[in-house]
Design a protein. Structure first.
Length: 396
């Protein structure tokens, strides 16, 4: 098949879950023999040079449109008098629509895949030309509702509530109009099926099964790795440091907490605390995870699946997560990882793993086995490939 994948950013470098998920899908489609064309904005925030695009996306044809999608305070306020979500409105650009229309005049496709909800700005144009499959990375309105709930500024809280309601309306509308939907987690799939009668396929993200390079489980060491450009990660880490970290330190005064991730400023004063090491952006996420002990996932708002959590589990790293952080995984607390919700419970589970090294190692082994059984990239993609083939064959 000839498949058009439409994104809102180039998924490179592979420093955050969204980029990893999108890049792996593009490579898998191409590796299966499909002719893949990737059309996307090249945003200021996530700008990828033409040289890098040529080198890292050589397996597919690419088209890009430059865009500054940064939040503009004045435009955000003006949006209050609009009916559309500001988060989508930022990606509505006439030049991009024109270029995509021109692409249809020169090339024919079997189907299009909307990669993530922020690509839905192109949906109205796409649906006039070919079947559109929406791959949902998250339930976006759910994320922003949770962020609003945890927001300390009442002005931001009210604004985010307004935007989350608009997102919910827009997500429901998209789900009811697309040809089919690809969900990234079982919980998301259940919600999508309740909203729309259109086909929904559960495509659990594939993780490259590791043969070597398992965790060395450093003693008295914890870490968090995630894009700090994402509000939910910032909010989660701040919650952990404010409410959980002091409890852990009281029992283990020599323990260290290592932070790393895209957009993390090494000079951020929020992380100048006892035992906290701010590594900023690291070149090798794999090496960082393998050498900094127990993985901490304190996220309070989110949907879909945390790709960094899957990678940590794949490496045999014991993890402590909130229920939101592990949402979408059919895992058992105390077996595959430790699940906790409130600060006292989160601290107790973390301290428990620090105290019991054998238990921590066993949880890591169980986690790796879970990934091998549920997130095998070959098996999972073969099922997705058949689903896409069926959608294409049934569409006139």
């Amino acid at each position: 098949m000839k498949i058009l994948v439409v994104g809102n950013r180039f998924p490179w470098p592979l420093h955050d879950g969204g980029a990893i998920a999108s890049y792996r899908l593009l490579k898998a489609l191409s590796g299966a023999g499909h002719e893949v064309v990737f059309f996307s904005f090249n945003t200021v925030k996530h700008f990828v040079s033409p040289e890098t695009v040529t080198q890292e996306f050589s397996f597919c044809k690419t088209f890009s449109v430059d865009l500054n999608a940064e939040v503009n305070t004045l435009e955000a306020i003006r949006n209050l008098w609009s009916k559309r979500s500001y988060f989508i409105e930022r990606y509505v650009q006439v030049d991009a629509q024109t270029q995509l229309e021109q692409l249809f005049s020169s090339e024919k496709f079997n189907l299009a895949i909307l990669e993530g909800f922020y690509s839905s700005a192109f949906f109205e144009l796409l649906k006039n030309h070919l079947p559109v499959v929406y791959r949902a990375h998250n339930l976006e309105n759910q994320i922003w509702k949770r962020l609003a709930k945890n927001e300390t500024s009442w002005i931001k809280r009210v604004y985010l509530r307004i935007q989350s309601k608009r997102l919910e309306r827009e997500e429901k509308s998209l789900l009811q109009q697309v040809t089919a939907t690809i969900a990234i987690s079982p919980s998301d799939a259940t919600v999508f099926e309740a909203i729309s009668s259109k086909p929904v396929h559960l495509y659990l993200p594939g993780v490259e099964i590791q043969i070597n390079g398992k965790s060395k489980l450093q003693p008295h060491s914890l870490f968090h790795l995630g894009s700090m450009e994402w509000d939910a990660n910032q909010q989660g880490v701040e919650w952990f440091l404010r409410k959980v970290w002091p409890l852990v330190l009281s029992q283990h005064p020599n323990v260290t907490f290592h932070l790393a991730g895209k957009g993390l400023n090494k000079n951020d004063s929020r992380y100048f605390q006892q035992g906290v090491y701010n590594h900023g952006e690291v070149k090798d996420a794999r090496e960082f995870m393998l050498n900094h002990g127990i993985c901490i996932v304190p996220i309070q708002a989110g949907s879909g699946i945390r790709m960094k959590l899957l990678d940590a589990m794949n490496f045999g790293i014991p993890c402590v997560s909130t229920h939101v952080g592990a949402q979408g995984l059919k895992v058992e607390s105390g077996k595959h990882l430790e699940l906790a919700e409130n600060p006292n419970e989160f601290a107790a589970k973390t301290i428990g793993l620090l105290n019991d090294r054998l238990k921590a190692i066993q949880i890591g082994k169980n986690a790796a086995e879970y990934i091998q059984e549920n997130h095998n990239p070959v098996i999972n993609f073969d099922k997705l490939n058949q689903f896409l083939a069926n959608i294409s064959s049934k569409t006139p």
